[in-house]
Design a protein around this ligand. Structure first.
Ligand SMILES: Cc1cc2nc3c(=O)[nH]c(=O)nc-3n(C[C@H](O)[C@H](O)[C@H](O)COP(=O)(O)OP(=O)(O)OC[C@H]3O[C@@H](n4cnc5c(N)ncnc54)[C@H](O)[C@@H]3O)c2cc1C
Length: 380
């Protein structure tokens, strides 16, 4: 992930995140994974370091910078723990980003400073038991009642929800209007009528916590609506590019960690009288991994530069997310293979990487949805 073309500020930032990750995250990543709990105090640390505010304006407590720095942050953190990075990216690239891009002045001033400091943690509640890849299936209703809305429905697989302070909820204000009838709402987690069920058990990303959220006659003021009533969700899709950059960066970091693990094992493991690394098959496998990671990282950085330059980037964001996540799955599988039985043990990092990678092809728009976006941009 080193790139001599990064400017000196970006390279320095990369060194800082790398050093922090090596000291504060990597040594504990397996423990957090097995315990299936997110160390929430990390949010405050990230806030103090200014990392939750990257690409957010200073007037709302942000640290400035842009998408390139954000991609570096995700890639370096996920080298230590993809699950820790997942919690950070849902909070920043989805929940806080929706507030920044769709919120009015009052909403931004009320939520962003606390979110940037890590004092208030957010989640992004879109998916439902019957709504996944198909956005038009959202059934959660926000019904107008005087100056309020009343929310009813449930959200599924919501990362950070077991400890989130605020939720960005996608709900239908007009079921007859289909996708155009979907709006966004900011809901405080302690609002009466909100229930967060027990954390769900997952294959991977153990340290990131997720749950189902149920809304039962949950009354929220009109001022809690984020963006317009009609087409609010469409607007969110247009502005939430940071999520795909985060996901691509996360995949590059996780893939790099897996490759390094396999490299180390094959350097030290002696079979047939010499280190495994001397076998051409092993060296070629590592060469293929490195090539895919370099391509994924360059595509990610290219997309981030387009965003920072204010240039069109929708196609590249989908390409970066698609390519990086699929490359990551392949690399984590090969890395586990190279680490042999030792890699298969619960305490090994290789098996954690293998379990963590798959969700990157599902979340933030599945691979099929990314291919649809790319094909549409190609006009085919
Ligand atoms: C660890 C984890 C964390 C998550 N965190 C969040 C979160 O914080 N907030 C949130 O809102 N959601 C979250 N999700 C849920 C995520 O949004 C969904 O997984 C995603 O929207 C896909 O929906 P689904 O899993 O229900 O797949 P489905 O919609 O059931 O699709 C299953 C498969 O069919 C494919 N498919 C569906 N339709 C088509 C089609 N037309 N053409 C081709 N293929 C198709 C899909 O690509 C997929 O491979 C999380 C999920 C996981 C596993």
């Amino acid at each position: 992930m080193n790139d001599p073309l990064l400017d000196s500020d970006a390279q320095q930032f990369q060194e800082t995140v790398r050093a922090f990750t090596a000291k504060e995250i990597t040594p504990f990543a397996t423990k957090w994974d097995l315990e299936e709990t997110y160390p929430k105090e990390l949010f405050k640390k990230f806030g103090e370091l200014g990392w939750l505010g990257i690409s957010f304006p200073e007037e709302y407590g942000g640290s400035g910078g842009g998408s390139v720095l954000y991609a570096i942050l995700c890639a370096e953190l996920s080298k230590g723990s993809a699950a820790i990075c997942l919690g950070l990216y849902v909070h920043t690239a989805l929940a806080s980003s929706a507030l920044l891009h769709l919120g009015n002045e009052d909403q931004k001033r009320a939520y962003l400073p606390g979110a940037m400091k890590g004092e208030k943690v957010g989640c992004w509640a879109y998916a439902e038991p019957n709504a996944g890849a198909d956005v038009s299936s959202v059934q959660t209703r926000a019904t107008r009642d005087g100056n309020d809305y009343v929310l009813n429905g449930s959200k599924m697989y919501i990362t950070n929800s077991p400890f989130a302070d605020f939720m960005i909820v996608v709900a239908s204000t007009d079921p007859d209007a289909g996708l155009r009838g979907l709006s966004l709402f900011i809901v405080d987690a302690d609002t009466p009528g909100v229930t967060v069920n027990a954390s769900l058990k997952k294959l991977g990303m153990g340290a990131s916590e997720m749950a189902e959220i149920v809304f039962e006659d949950c009354r929220i003021p009109e001022a809690a609506r984020l963006g317009p009533e009609e087409g609010g969700f469409f607007q969110a899709l247009l502005v939430l590019t940071l999520g795909r950059i985060a996901s691509a960066g996360l995949a590059v970091g996780l893939g790099t960690a897996a490759m390094e693990e396999a490299h180390e094992y094959c350097t030290n493991r002696v079979q047939f009288g010499r280190p495994l690394l001397k076998q051409q098959f092993v060296r070629f496998t590592l060469a293929d991994m490195a090539t895919k990671l370099e391509a994924a990282w360059q595509l990610t950085l290219h997309t981030a530069r387009l965003v920072d330059g204010g240039l069109p980037h929708d196609k590249q964001a989908s390409m970066a997310k698609l390519f990086a996540s699929e490359a990551c799955t392949e690399i984590c599988e090969r890395a586990l293979h190279l680490c042999g039985a030792q890699g298969f043990m619960k305490e090994s990092a290789a098996q954690r990487f293998y379990r963590d990678c798959k969700v990157l092809e599902l979340g933030e728009g599945t691979s099929e949805i990314q291919r649809e976006t790319i094909a549409r941009q190609l006009g085919v």
